[in-house]
Design a protein around this ligand. Structure first.
Ligand code: MSP
Length: 511
């Protein structure tokens, strides 16, 4: 084992049905978790649900349900989604669990003891939908309704006694931290957004509410409920047994390697969260990655527009792996991306069915006819064989670095190029014309099988089920998949029997 890797998704508000944006965030995190596992890292991948606060309290009241029962029901939709998406999460945390409450109360007590929290009065704007406080210059009036300029959500005026966290005190420390740790906020374009927000002046943050009842009570003042973001962010620690900093989990995995989040919640993760941790004297996560937004027909998804994309509907129609592949390939990581069924069908037909699936079928059936499903024995590489196989070796470090910088786009481009190159290799080498040259015929088949194996290893983090099906040709099991096997140009044992597989992807044909 080389190292430990702790990756988190945002814990989801269970106030609505899971949609494509939620699925995207978790599929991306799953991609990294799986890549690190096959790279011999000890991985902890966390997801879960964020169940406290006014938003949930209101959502439950609207349907006349007991709030806990409401959370239980809706949290289970997210738990089910994590199975449907084939996420390899190691834990699923719910903020209504006891382990989380203990952790939040402990962190609160530390902040209070360190004099980082004081009692005062809040008067200002609050968005229940974002569970966020906004200053006057972040608000506009539209159709007589006050809304937040950036999120577009409705705000309401709040005036009440509240505890405050001394956020202003951490302004310079945060700016220094961003400077000294250039990878703390990724992609780099988002960093500027955060820096200018911090530079514009941080005000102390209201961290308790008296007007709500659904949440964790301030330990010393039970009529106050801890601000839901201070509560929710702490989930990343609760899942590691915090406050037991001697536990194996905490020692192995804190600080987190990457928090994967959507760009809308960058402020909470890149400003408030590090400030809470600095104040509590806890180490800071290494990277917060703010990905882009999934759009539906070029527009933000919303109930009122009726354009919410349901991942389950798409999966029922096309299957899970096509969706995973599509989201990782077509949404340029870091930017917004649009979902359209037409593009998804193109991906299935060209990349998955034509390029990947077809390569596997052609090579295996050619082997069956000419080598009786055995991995050829007598081979002799020429320059072209070595050149194509070496592409994996030569890009090995680059691929690893790309993942360490969360550059999914580099990884996908490399893989797609190799798919094209491998199909071209098989066509150009035309083994069907080499029936009189046994060694050449054997070599082309061997190289083509190696290419399928290498490509399938790289496909594993993207489309794990299909990759496993393809690797079953060589009887390679999940635990045996290793990224470092890309360095080996003769991994497949000569003379061993291979297996035929069913077609990996069916083409979508419209009448
Ligand atoms: N509960 C908070 C997160 C707390 S983390 C300590 C929250 N929940 S959420 O359910 O609203 O969003 C969960 C994640 O889904 C966020 O990363 C958010 O950015 C992401 N997405 C929600 N809609 C999205 C799209 N349309 N597109 C891409 N991701 C989006 O925020």
């Amino acid at each position: 084992m080389k190292n430990n890797f702790y990756i988190t998704t945002p814990i989801y508000y269970p106030s609505a049905k899971p949609h494509m944006g939620h699925a995207y965030s978790s599929i991306v995190a799953d991609f990294f978790a799986r890549f690190k596992r096959i790279s011999d890292y000890k991985v902890f991948f966390l997801t879960g649900t964020d169940e406290h606060g006014q938003k949930i309290q209101r959502a439950a009241a609207e349907v006349n349900k007991d709030t806990q029962q409401f959370c239980d029901e809706i949290s289970s939709n997210f738990m089910a989604l994590s199975k449907i998406l084939n996420l390899s999460n190691d834990d699923f945390i719910r903020t209504t669990e006891k382990r989380h409450k203990i952790s939040v109360e402990y962190l609160w007590n530390i902040l209070e003891k360190k004099n980082e929290i004081y009692l005062s009065k809040y008067s200002g704007w609050y968005s229940v939908s974002d569970e966020a406080f906004y200053s006057e210059n972040e608000i506009v009036t539209k159709d007589d309704i006050k809304i937040c300029k950036s999120s577009g959500s409705k705000v309401e005026w709040v005036e009440e006694e509240s505890y405050f966290f001394k956020l202003s005190k951490w302004e310079n420390k945060l700016l220094e931290y961003y400077k000294e740790n250039p990878d703390f906020i990724n992609p780099q374009s988002r960093k500027n957004e955060v820096i200018s927000f911090v530079k514009s002046g941080l005000k102390d943050l209201s961290v308790s509410r008296k007007s709500i009842t659904w949440g964790i009570n301030v330990p010393s003042q039970k009529d106050h409920i801890i601000y839901v973001w201070l509560d929710a962010l702490t989930n990343y620690l609760s899942a590691l047994d915090y406050p037991n900093t001697e536990s194996d989990k905490y020692k192995s995995f804190w600080p987190a390697s990457v928090h994967i989040i959507g760009k809308d919640i960058l402020r909470f993760h890149a400003v408030y969260w590090p400030a809470f941790l600095l104040a509590a004297d806890l180490p800071l996560p290494k990277t917060v990655y703010g990905h882009g937004w999934i759009l539906s027909n070029e527009e933000k998804m919303s109930k009122s527009k009726g354009n919410i994309l349901d991942p389950i509907e798409i999966i029922n129609k096309y299957g899970l792996d096509p969706l995973r592949y599509y989201l990782l390939k077509e949404v340029s990581f870091g930017n917004d991306g649009n979902i359209s069924e037409e593009k998804l069908e193109n991906c299935i037909n060209s990349d998955l069915a034509n390029n990947y699936g077809n390569l596997c079928q052609r090579v295996v059936s050619f082997n069956e006819k000419n080598c009786h499903l055995k991995i050829p024995e007598n081979i002799k590489y020429n320059n072209e064989d070595i050149e194509i196989l070496d592409k994996f070796k030569n890009n090995y470090n680059k691929l690893e670095d790309a993942i360490n910088k969360q550059d999914i786009n580099f990884y996908m481009n490399f893989l797609i190029n190799m798919l094209f190159a491998s199909n071209k290799y098989f066509n150009d080498q035309a083994p069907w014309n080499k029936k009189n040259d046994n060694i050449r015929l054997n070599t082309i088949i061997y190289v083509s099988l190696e290419l399928i194996r290498k490509i399938s290893v790289l496909m594993y983090p993207i489309i794990p089920d299909t990759s496993l099906k393809a690797l079953s040709i060589f009887d390679i099991k999940e635990k045996e998949i290793k990224f470092k096997s890309l360095l080996n140009n003769e991994y497949l044992k000569h003379g061993i029997q291979i297996k035929k597989i069913n077609i990996l992807f069916n083409k979508i044909i419209h009448d």
